[in-house]
Write a protein that binds this ligand. Structure first.
Ligand SMILES: NC(=O)c1ccc[n+]([C@@H]2O[C@H](COP(=O)([O-])OP(=O)(O)OC[C@H]3O[C@@H](n4cnc5c(N)ncnc54)[C@H](O)[C@@H]3O)[C@@H](O)[C@H]2O)c1
Length: 332
């Protein structure tokens, strides 16, 4: 199969490219990425010369470019990871989220419609379901939970999901959607909670924690997410949504303290800062559909997964230090 992976220079996309090249060396991967501030080709240095992998720089919202690419390449499968992904940035500047996440997605869908594909897969988020109360641990997001977004980020992702489903219903496009919880693992940009806290702790800087740090996230190891997407694309039913989550709920404070303990740093480094506007309280996924229909079983549990992740950031200091210093932007 010839697979277009968009956003493959980002956190989850680069892990997915690695996963696919390992698991399915018979497939051909074309990685299309605009290389915004969040894209880093250093994450893919070890695969860049493989004969079945290619990088193309471009914007998923650039219609002429996308149509020309599809005309030339004739993809079998399109998997869309490309997005503006940081909630805090969406609060200070929502417009680019509409441009990339909504317009970019519909541009890809139009190209799929025109040139024909076997499957279009949209990588979405559990944030489209809004949040759950902290005092109801019995509640989980299912695929039938109503869309009820909080931030400009989640609103743009929910809009994209609605367009994906509309293209299936209206034009018969063979689509699937996955909605996952918070990912952690290698190659995550150090503006997100776990790598940010690791980098700050290693530099003996204050660790900024929103409010009391009691917001709960359901942590998913990125490689378990990659496995889920691969299963959905190959065996998932067209027109269906699949939730992906690992039943690994932790408060932000628990995560931060785990990192400090692992690095032998004092909890006095924690600094409580003003809460994020509209901050979602709790996310928790019910992944039953993915488990029963497609046999997905996560390989990682948070206790050991987080320790492996911390070790990865210790062993790959140059990777994230290049980002923090801006070195990774040189030559763009
Ligand atoms: N990280 C998470 O925990 C998480 C959780 C749920 C869902 N998701 C979703 O998964 C996907 C990937 O997330 P991530 O954390 O890897 O994001 P990321 O920010 O690390 O990477 C996004 C990538 O998309 C690229 N990109 C941005 N705009 C583009 C455009 N217009 N054209 C082409 N490429 C563009 C960037 O250069 C970057 O490489 C996103 O769709 C996100 O909404 C992420």
């Amino acid at each position: 199969m010839k697979i277009l992976v968009t956003g493959g220079a980002g956190f989850i996309g680069s892990n997915f490219v690695h996963y696919m090249l390992n698991e399915h060396p018979e497939d051909e991967i074309v990685n299309l990425d605009l290389l915004t501030y969040a894209g880093d080709l250093e994450s893919l240095e070890d695969v860049e010369n493989l004969p079945n992998y290619r990088f193309v720089r471009g914007d998923i919202a650039d219609r002429a470019f996308i149509f020309e690419l599809f005309e030339r390449e004739r993809f079998d499968v399109v998997i869309n990871f490309a997005a503006e992904s940081h909630v805090d940035r969406s609060i200070t500047g929502p417009a680019i989220f509409v441009q990339t996440n909504v317009l970019g997605t519909t541009t890809l869908l139009d190209a799929c419609n025109k040139y024909g594909i076997k499957r279009y897969h949209q990588v979405s988020t559990d944030e489209v379901y809004g949040d759950l109360p902290l005092d109801r641990p019995d509640l989980f997001f299912t695929e039938n939970t109503p869309i009820h977004t909080s931030s400009p980020y989640s609103s743009s992702k929910a809009s994209a999901d609605l367009f994906v489903m509309a293209y299936h219903r209206t034009y018969g496009l063979p689509v699937t959607i996955s909605r996952c919880s918070n990912n952690y693992g290698p190659y995550q940009f150090p503006e997100k909670l776990i790598p940010l806290m690791i980098a700050k702790a290693l530099n003996d800087e204050k660790l900024p924690v929103y409010g009391e740090g009691l917001n709960v996230r359901d942590w998913l190891e990125v490689r378990d997410h990659c496995m889920a997407i691969d299963l959905i694309v190959r065996n998932g039913r067209v027109g269906e949504v699949y939730n992906v989550g690992g039943h690994n709920e932790r408060t932000n404070m628990q995560v931060v303290k785990t990192i400090l303990n692992a690095l032998g740093k004092p909890e006095s480094l924690i600094a409580h800062v003003e809460d994020r506007k509209g901050h979602d309280r709790r996310y928790a996924i019910d992944p039953k559909k993915l488990e029963t229909e497609l046999g997905w079983k996560p390989k990682y549990v948070f206790e050991t997964g987080i320790q492996d992740t911390i070790r990865w950031y210790l062993d790959n200091r140059t990777w994230w230090e290049h980002i923090l210093s801006g070195e990774y932007l040189k030559g763009r």
